[in-house]
Design a protein around this ligand. Structure first.
Ligand code: SF4
Length: 290
């Protein structure tokens, strides 16, 4: 179900420096996501989204964004939040992400999109324009196996489709890479999976991979995830409960070894393990120091 809502504000400032994604501002154009990943953190109670398969569409978002960006004194990377994928299916109808990118291009702000969808290619020309300042597109990949992805990320385009989109962006000179998180313990924490993700990422033009070796689980998100384990991987819930209890971060098996292997592969392929940073344009006052 899709519900249209009016938002009061859109951009939120990221208060601490963001070492993972390099963001200064965040905006959620949608709340709720049709990709339906079984591990999605946005089901956690703190986000207050009752039915995560419903998508709330902020129909006045573009006016808000124009107004709010015009008042910003500090340039910084704009991200698309974590309460939805910017290319959830509702984007086909509402084009909020596409329009927001056009506004960001007008105001010459940098952007970092994180998505599981090849739908991003519809906005490639706008991203090209933003890239005169700085445009980064990260594809979320938790497995290189399309069949496994169909089980754990049932509504999202398959990893093979994401990789093809990544190559197209990279060929246009747009910074493209992978957010390799989460890696689900006992499901995706094999050497083969990590090796395949890094190899395929490299073959499709990734310049960086941001990794995490495990998954975070809490309250409502954990209950939903465990229900899905019962359905998709019978017996696995028991192993999770025994191994992790109610702890928030649930590490991959042999996480240190996987990390070392990952680092070696990235070194070998010349892939960075951090997002390409935005170098802010120097402020006029700095010139007076010369
Ligand atoms: S694509 Fe992202 S926001 Fe959407 S369900 Fe998956 S993890 Fe959640």
């Amino acid at each position: 179900m899709i519900h249209e809502i009016q938002a009061k504000t859109l951009l939120s400032a990221v208060k601490q420096p963001d070492p993972w994604f390099g963001l200064k501002y965040n905006m959620n154009l949608y709340r709720g996501c049709q990709h339906q990943c079984i591990y999605c953190d946005s089901r956690s109670e703190c986000y207050g989204i009752e039915n995560f398969s419903d998508v709330l569409v902020k129909v006045n978002a573009i006016d808000l964004l124009r107004r709010e960006l015009s008042r910003k004194r500090v340039k910084g990377m704009v991200g698309t939040g974590s309460m939805s994928d910017p290319y959830t299916f509702a984007e086909r109808q509402y084009r909020l992400t596409g329009q927001a990118l056009e506004v960001i291009a007008q105001f010459r702000f940098p952007v970092h999109l994180i998505t599981k969808s090849d739908m991003v290619l519809k906005d490639i020309d706008t991203l090209d324009e933003i890239n005169r300042v700085h445009a980064v597109v990260s594809f979320s990949l938790t497995t290189a196996d399309d069949d496994l992805a169909a089980r754990v990320e049932p509504g999202a385009p398959r990893p093979s489709q994401r990789l093809v989109a990544m190559r197209a962006l990279s060929e246009r000179g747009i910074h493209a890479g992978v957010v390799m998180m989460p890696i689900l313990p006992l499901i995706q924490d094999s050497v083969d999976n990590i090796v395949n993700i890094v190899r395929l990422a490299q073959a499709h033009g990734a310049s960086y991979i941001i990794p995490a070796f495990g998954v975070t689980l809490r309250d409502r998100q954990r209950s939903y995830y465990y229900d899905q384990l019962d359905r998709l991987f019978p017996g696995l819930r028991r192993d999770y409960e025994r191994r992790f209890g109610i702890q928030y971060f649930c590490p991959a098996s042999d996480a240190d070894r996987l990390r070392r292997l990952f680092d070696e592969l990235c070194d070998q392929y010349g892939i960075a393990t951090q997002v390409p940073r935005y170098e802010a344009e120097p402020l006029p006052t700095q010139l007076s120091l010369l």
